[in-house]
Design a protein around this ligand. Structure first.
Ligand SMILES: *Cc1c(COP(=O)(O)O)cnc(C)c1O
Length: 371
């Protein structure tokens, strides 16, 4: 085994199409000089994504965060929103920036998504929506969440940033809830450099989402909503169209690596891997490993890897309720499972071109720290 790697192994590496493919896509942009504002690629990308994601209603955005923020705005909500502290900053920020109050619900021990059994105890007369996260591409208990939402007349808006292309019983993940946000950021399984989308149930939302991403403008003389600028440009859409041709192959390669990690780490005492649901078609976006009762602590493993120029990520650490901007508002003690998992979890490097022997080297280092 080599002592250290010359080139660092990062937790992820953006996939890029062959350069010629992208250059070829640029020519029509130069011919038309139509660079943004819902051009031809924007429309083509939207149509192809609907097919790929197996859903009927989809609107594109400049990034995932703006997509989520505007999806929430489109629902015209007031009051409290039940959500998870075990997520990326974007989820909570999107709620707070809409003038809504997040109510943090703890996660379950198996796949770290919202613990659906705890949701009802947090519902008050002010509750208007649930914003769960399909964290690491682990799908939430969508059926139970829908049942609770129906009973209490709540909207459900999923943060599906990690769940691109995933399916439950052969149905696109974006078909659950009132809306789902996908992120096409460069570090995600599938990307358009930056980019995002909202899948939604009610066809009537299409016009509102379109207006909201375009300053709330209705026509040249009418501005109906306090909107934002959330438009995806043609260069992003072109990258998305190129990457869409290769995404199945990317996921296939990721799956091989994820299976190999599983094979190497499964069954080791003190190492916990996420439970897999046989009903789900996964995208293998992340490789989270929880060190619970292992000989070495998460931070020691993190450090041992770093010394070999391998950069895993403490994802998600800290939890949202430990952020400087939220610490005073949400006590972290209210969500003990999330607090503990955030201190035990490490996401290992995983991307299509990660060599199998790098994955082996990572497992070797983890195993040696356990002796
Ligand atoms: C990436 C991500 C987002 C935000 O998406 P961007 O496209 O980067 O704006 C939101 N939520 C989660 C869970 C994410 O991982």
């Amino acid at each position: 085994m080599k002592e250290t790697l010359e080139r660092p192994v990062l937790v992820t590496r953006s996939s890029l199409p062959p350069l010629e493919e992208y250059i070829e896509m640029l020519k029509p942009i130069w011919d038309s000089a139509w660079l943004t504002n819902m051009g031809a690629y924007h429309e083509e990308f939207r149509e192809q994504l609907k097919k790929y994601l197996k859903l009927t209603n989809l609107e594109l955005f400049v990034n995932g965060h703006m997509a989520l923020e505007l999806a929430i705005q489109a629902m015209e909500l007031k009051g409290e929103v039940i959500t998870t502290p075990f997520t990326f900053a974007s989820t909570t920020h999107a709620i707070v920036r809409n003038g809504l109050t997040p109510v943090l619900c703890d996660i379950n021990e198996e796949d770290y998504t919202l613990n659906a059994d705890l949701i009802e105890s947090l519902i008050t007369e002010r509750t208007c929506a649930i914003v769960p996260v399909h964290v690491y591409g682990n799908l939430c208990d969508v059926e139970k969440i829908q049942e609770i939402a129906d009973r209490h007349h709540l909207k459900v808006i999923y943060d599906a940033a990690h769940a691109f292309g995933e399916e439950l019983d052969g149905k696109g993940v974006g078909t659950w809830g009132d809306a789902s946000m996908f992120s096409f950021h460069a570090t995600k399984v599938f990307h358009s450099i930056e980019g995002g989308a909202v899948a939604f149930k009610e066809a009537s939302l299409e016009k509102r989402l379109y207006q909201l991403k375009n300053f709330g403008i209705m026509d040249s003389e009418t501005v109906e909503y306090v909107g934002a600028n959330g438009k995806m440009n043609e260069f992003q859409a072109a990258m998305g169209l190129c990457n869409l041709r290769h995404v199945d192959e990317e996921i296939r390669k990721r799956k091989q690596l994820a299976m190999h990690y599983r094979h190497r780490l499964e069954g080791i005492k003190g190492i916990k891997l996420c439970r897999e649901n046989p009903r789900v078609k996964y995208n293998y976006a992340y490789m989270p490993v929880v060190f619970d009762g292992y000989k070495a602590k998460r931070d020691e493993i993190f450090q041992a890897l770093k010394e070999k120029n391998i950069h895993a990520r403490k994802y998600f650490y800290p939890c949202v309720n430990e952020y400087e901007c939220y610490r005073e508002r949400f006590p972290a003690e209210d969500t003990p499972v999330a607090a503990r998992i955030s201190r035990q979890v490490l996401t290992l490097p995983l991307y299509a071109d990660l060599p199998m022997d790098a994955a082996d080297m990572i497992c070797d280092i983890i195993e040696r720290k356990g002796h």
